[in-house]
Design a binder for this molecule. Structure first.
Ligand SMILES: O=C[C@H](O)COP(=O)(O)O
Length: 247
């Protein structure tokens, strides 16, 4: 049985003032919540840890370097994330792939670094609008899965997020049938590579314009085990409603 996961990606948003959102969120959690994760900017992880107290909310980073330490100005290692209180890290988000030229090989190296520090990697995949219009969505997602995920994936160390690039921050979402098609495909691809048991336990998240208004129908889709939420995770009432839809 896969535990559902509601993951919030704050991206490059949030400072001291937004820490109050966490206090509001912990006040509206359902009695039996799914797994909850927030990935704030790295500058906030430590303070957010203090704000959360005993609430069942895990913290994660939004990226890490593939090296443990050294002369890499501006970068953060998986060990540093762990030291700050993170247990997850998002890797290969399309914004990193686009803004920083991250290739599948780089994502794979970062995933190995995350695993070496005991972090669970949320590896992101997803096609552009041009690729979808050309009928290449499954081919693109399949190649990203094959080339971004290292060989020793397990139920504990891997989560996969399907985020069609054209649905991120746009208010547009794929049809429920399209989400099901990609998620079923991903489950099959993972099973072919890692075996049915491991693949059957890896959580598959949908990401891209998830809101309180569409969360329930998306969470009912085959092989959707939760969501990676951007904009709506910044507001406690919205993220709380998405969490409730998953509970
Ligand atoms: O990581 C989160 C995704 O990029 C989705 O962002 P969004 O919910 O703002 O569309």
């Amino acid at each position: 049985m896969r535990r559902k996961l509601a993951a919030g990606n704050w991206k490059m948003n949030g400072g001291s003032a937004e820490l109050t959102e966490i206090r509001h969120l912990t006040g509206v959690l359902p009695d039996s919540p799914p797994d909850i994760l927030i990935c704030p900017p790295a500058t906030l992880i430590d303070r957010m840890r203090s704000q959360i107290g005993d609430a069942p909310v895990a913290l994660g980073g939004q990226d890490c370097h593939n090296k443990k330490s050294g002369a890499h100005t501006g970068d953060i290692s998986a060990a540093m994330l762990r030291d700050a209180g993170a247990s997850y890290v998002i890797l290969g988000h399309s914004e990193r792939r686009a803004d920083h030229g991250e290739t599948d090989a780089i994502v794979k190296a970062k995933t190995e670094a995350a695993w070496a520090e005991g972090l669970t990697a949320i590896v992101c995949v997803g096609e552009t609008e041009t690729q979808r219009d050309a009928g290449q969505a499954l081919e693109v997602v399949g190649a990203q899965l094959a080339d971004s995920i290292p060989a020793d994936a397990t139920v504990e160390n891997l989560v996969v997020a399907y985020e069609p690039v054209w649905a991120i921050g746009t208010g547009r979402t794929p049809s429920l049938e399209e989400i099901a098609q990609v998620h079923d495909f991903m489950r099959g691809a993972l099973a072919a590579r890692f075996g049915a048991d491991a693949a059957g336990g890896v959580r598959l998240l949908y990401g891209g314009s998830v809101k309180p208004g569409n969360a329930t129908e998306i969470f009912a889709v085959s092989n959707v085990d939760g969501a990676l939420v951007g904009g709506a995770s910044l507001k406690a009432s919205d993220f709380g409603a998405i969490i409730a839809a998953l509970a």
